[in-house]
Every structure is written in structure tokens, then in C-alpha cells.
Ligand binder design. Structure first.
Ligand code: BEZ
Length: 247
């Protein structure tokens, strides 16, 4: 369950590092823009500051409430079941599409339907290889705790550029650019806070009596690679950034 306050404490870098994606979107006064997976809407608010009107959608009630507190028109919705029809000039998404792992094609079709022809979709999310060291640790520890197929618990979708380009094209977009690049990210707190904020679905599979020990083990495995002598963690984020246009 997403908690807006926990997110703001352990991951304030998410909207900050999303600013280049916002610049790529280049929102114009009077435009109507859909923010897909708006979270606490820090970036939706910046789109509004540019003079555009924004609708944010998110599947977390806590995030939608936080977004509304900023005055953003935020709606609780499943991104794989969007109901908008040709009513937006552009769609935007930062650090959210990797959570929509159940049916990414349905997400893209819904975004395409929401856009007028020629409307742009500008996004960035976790791409192939994202948070690999932490993922390996999570899968190894769950396996050690007797989970047969720990990959089935993985809530994340981190596609390679060719795979996502094909999905965008199948959904009715022309892809203007798509690139994968590493973005090592220093955590403002620590791995414990990061795992509690982002990796809950992995731990829920364990009996509650096992969770603290498993968390401890998941922190210990990547520590030699990701944590420096001062105790600062740098996570191996990889971004997939794209600009696509509705046909
Ligand atoms: C990401 O933004 O890439 C991300 C954040 C939390 C968990 C997984 C990926």
C-alpha cells in the first residue's frame, strides 16, 4: 500500500529527477495533459504552473488524496482501464509505468485512446536492468525462505527499448525517441527505508515472523556493492525515456 508520507521521506528524488522529462514534455499554456501514475502530483503541479490543465490518475487512494491536497484534479483509476476518449493534447508519466506490470499493452492502448491524433506521450520509467542488484538480493532471500517462484512476486516491469518500442507502435504510436541509460541514485535515507517504501509485495509472501530477518538479509547482500564507507547507498537505477506521438 502506497503511503505518501513514507514516499516523500525515502524517495523525494523521484519528482526532482523527473524534471528533465517534464522539460521534454514542454507543456504549453492551454494544453490539457494526462499524468499517468501521478503519485503525489508534485510534477502534475509543475505542469499546471506552465499554464496547462492536468488530470492525474493513480491507483493509490493515499497518493490521490496527497495530489488533491496540492489542488490537482487527481482521480483514482486503474491505468490498464482508462476511459478517456481523444481529450488530451499530451500524456506524461514519470517513474510509474514500471508498476503497471499486469498489462502494459492495455495501459498504452488506454493512453493512446485518451490522446487526440498527433498528441504526444512523454515518459520515463525503470528500464531493463533497473535496480538489478536489489532485485537479485530479493529473489535470493525469498528463495532461501522457501518461496518456490519468487519472480512471480516481482511487481516491476523493466522492459528493454526494443520491446517497449514495439508495444508503443502496436498501441498506435509513432516513436520519436526511446533510450535506455543508467542513473545511479544516492538514497536520502537508506536501503531499509527504500525496501519498506518500494518492495513490500515481495515480503508480503512471507509469514510475518520471517519478515524482519528477510529484510535484514536483503539489505546485507548488495551492501558491499551499493553502500560506501560513509554508509551512503547508491542504487543502480536504469531509466527508459521515450517520446511517442499518437497516429
Ligand atoms: C524506479 O523508479 O525505477 C523504481 C522505484 C522503486 C522500485 C522499483 C523501481
Amino acid at each position: 500500500m502506497w503511503k505518501a508520507d513514507r514516499y516523500a521521506t525515502h524517495a523525494p528524488f523521484v519528482p526532482l529527477l523527473g524534471v528533465p522529462v517534464l522539460e521534454l514534455l514542454n507543456p504549453q499554456p492551454g494544453e490539457r495533459i494526462l499524468d499517468v501514475g501521478c503519485g503525489d502530483a508534485v510534477l502534475s503541479d509543475k505542469i499546471r504552473e506552465a499554464g496547462a490543465s492536468v488530470v492525474g490518475i493513480d491507483s493509490s487512494p493515499d497518493m490521490v488524496e496527497a495530489a488533491k491536497r496540492l489542488g490537482v484534479d487527481a482521480r483514482l483509476a486503474d491505468a490498464a482501464d482508462l476511459k478517456f476518449e481523444a481529450e488530451f493534447d499530451a500524456a506524461f508519466s514519470n517513474a510509474a509505468l514500471h508498476w503497471m506490470n499486469r498489462d502494459p499493452d492495455a495501459v498504452l492502448k488506454g493512453v493512446r485512446r485518451a490522446l487526440r491524433p498527433g498528441g504526444r506521450f512523454v515518459g520515463e520509467f525503470g528500464g531493463h536492468g533497473n535496480v538489478a542488484a536489489v532485485t537479485v538480493a530479493l529473489l535470493a532471500v525469498l528463495s532461501k525462505h522457501g518461496i518456490n517462484d519468487p519472480s512471480a512476486l516481482n511487481p516491476w516491469y523493466f522492459p528493454a527499448p526494443a520491446e517497449y518500442r514495439a508495444k508503443l507502435e502496436r498501441a498506435g504510436f509513432d516513436v520519436e525517441s526511446i533510450e535506455l541509460f543508467p542513473r545511479p541514485t544516492i538514497l536520502p535515507t537508506d536501503m531499509h527505508g527504500w525496501l519498506e517504501t518500494f518492495a513490500e509485495p515481495f515480503f508480503q509472501a512471507l509469514p510475518s515472523s520471517d519478515r524482519a530477518g528477510a529484510l535484514h538479509d536483503v539489505i546485507g547482500l548488495p551492501k558491499p556493492a551499493l553502500c560506501d564507507a560513509e554508509g551512503r547507498w547508491t542504487v543502480d537505477y536504469v531509466r527508459l525515456r521515450f517520446v511517442a506521438r499518437a497516429k
